[in-house]
Design a protein around this ligand. Structure first.
Ligand SMILES: [Zn+2]
Length: 511
């Protein structure tokens, strides 16, 4: 009777947790028993591992094999344990030295022919392994660039079970990870063809985008079709600075778990822009799935922009489900097997047409929507959701004069991004020592203490509060925006100019 142990990593949301795998080859009726895996995954893993070993021309032990995965409570669905199960069995059978497999973490799915296939979530898995110090992680070749992003971890890329077994037997030099040229550089970039300079006119909406970018605020754009709402929203990421390393790793980990990491782009260093269609399922937007819980659009937009065009067309329960991530920066997906939490701190941009028939207002001779129909249409966006949107703007068609204006005076994304960066640096300095980096993240309680504007500056807001045009939550939103306006104006604190302008953005008074 022989026993061998090795390690792998299970993903809980986007967190990697160490899993011990033990194989026990001994007397008894020949067969393989897996303990600690759900039934369906169990039989599939058994078949893949056996075929891969046999097709790699290694002997399959003609004995009773028991493979256990600990801790049993961790979710272990999916195929990423194939490789660890195979090496544990080969270790117990004496094909590879058991002492060589005890320490490393093995990640990878086996093809029936013994090829090692890429798996999702390699970055968070390797980060999980790295917590154990001095980790060596064996990953599928196709995932090596992603794994190599994690510092202080020895990454061994392997393409087949045969290659892995030879390496374990000989202890040869570590095969160099095959990193393509240019992979280290920033990869997922916003389309360089997209620039704020493309937008004609729209001074109010352009200003709103700049303020959103500087403070991390949410935005609602109301206007008829063809006024450029989508074009404006798509340009918001071009105003944002590159992601700092810790944020880039978070974003990359989420996209890795979702299996949507762009090829040859292991590190996402630019803020993502995610624009789900209103017909997408709730699971696609919020997160979910029948066997494995996948992050939804709200998490794919983490540290970036979630754009919901034709927002009133989204199902009510999807819109309501946005409230949790908007408050907490996280989303919890509950299922019968338990719940999983994913990061989801995004800037929300909602766009809406003024009426359901989507006729341009100024060309809308065909629109017969009554005021009641229009009200009901926009009423689909609930008060509690709109209460969490800091700024509202009305987007109108560019005037003839704006269309004729000399484009060379139109500001480019780069010019605006410079002001955004300066404002963000100002805010970061003020927020140093706190967990927040943008004004949008400051909790309400601090807006009434450390970050309360002077009574003089608060006057326009308090009078709106008294008259009932401003709710308590609206007040908090507007105060946050006033801080961002102060940052953009290079002021130490918001003054009446900033609080008034913030109030107008909150109320949607843009003319
Ligand atoms: Zn209409």
């Amino acid at each position: 009777m022989a026993v061998a142990r090795t390690r792998s990593v299970a993903l809980v949301g986007v967190t990697g947790r160490s899993v011990e795998i033990e194989a026990d080859v001994g007397n008894g009726l020949a067969g393989i028993h897996l303990i600690g895996l759900p039934d369906t995954a169990l039989s599939e893993a058994r078949d893949r591992v056996r075929s891969a070993v046999v097709n790699s021309t290694y002997p399959w032990p003609d004995a009773r094999i028991i493979v256990s995965l600990f801790p049993a409570s961790l979710p272990k669905r999916g195929s990423q344990f194939d490789l660890a199960i195979a090496v544990a069995i080969l270790g117990a059978a004496g094909v590879v030295p058991a002492e060589r497999i005890a320490e490393p973490f093995f990640l990878g799915e086996l093809g029936l022919d013994g090829r090692i296939r890429p798996v999702r979530g390699v970055l968070p898995s390797v980060l999980g392994a790295a917590k154990h110090g001095d980790a060596t992680v064996i990953v599928p070749s196709a995932n090596s660039a992603e794994a190599a992003l994690v510092p202080d971890v020895k990454v061994i890329p392997v393409g087949s079970l045969r290659q892995l077994v030879e390496w374990l037997r000989k202890g040869d030099e570590v095969p160099e990870p095959q990193v393509d040229e240019g992979l280290e550089a920033s990869t997922v970039t916003t389309d360089p063809a997209v620039d704020l300079a493309d937008v004609v006119g729209q001074p109010v909406a352009r200003r709103a985008l700049e303020v959103c970018a500087a403070g991390g605020h949410n935005l609602w754009m109301l206007g008829p079709p063809g006024t450029g709402k989508t074009m404006l929203a798509e340009r918001l990421p071009t105003l944002l600075p590159d992601l700092e390393l810790d944020h880039a790793l978070e974003v990359t980990a989420i996209h890795s778990v979702a299996g949507v990491l762009p090829p040859n782009a292991p590190m996402m260093s630019r803020p993502p822009f995610v624009s789900p269609h209103h017909t997408a399922t709730a699971a696609a937007i919020i997160g979910g799935g029948s066997t494995i819980v996948r992050p939804g659009a709200v998490s794919l937009a983490h540290r970036g922009v979630l754009f919901m065009d034709e927002a009133p067309e989204f199902p009510r329960h999807v819109l309501d489900a946005l409230r949790q991530p908007l408050e907490s920066g996280r989303v919890t997906v509950s299922r019968s097997a338990g719940s999983v939490t994913f990061p989801a701190r995004f800037m929300l941009v909602l766009a809406a047409n003024p009426c359901p028939c989507a006729q341009a207002e100024d060309q809308g001779e065909n629109c017969r929507c009554s005021p009641t129909v229009r009200r009901r249409y926009l009423g689909r966006l609930s008060g509690p959701l709109l209460d969490r949107v800091d700024m509202k703007v009305t987007v109108v068609r560019a005037s003839r004069r704006e269309l004729m204006a000399d484009r060379q005076f139109t500001e480019s994304s780069a010019t605006v991004a410079e002001r955004v960066l300066a404002a963000r640096e100002r805010a970061a300095k003020r927020l140093a020592g706190t967990p927040w980096r943008t004004n949008a993240e400051i909790p309400s309680s601090f807006l009434h203490s450390d970050y309360r504007p002077s009574p003089e500056a608060m006057k326009p807001m308090t009078s709106c509060l008294d008259s009932g045009t401003l709710t308590a939550r609206g007040l908090d939103r507007a105060v946050r925006v006033s801080w961002t306006l102060a940052d953009l104006a290079d002021k130490d604190r918001p003054e009446e100019d900033e609080t008034t302008a913030a109030l107008h953005f909150w109320l949607g008074v843009t003319s």
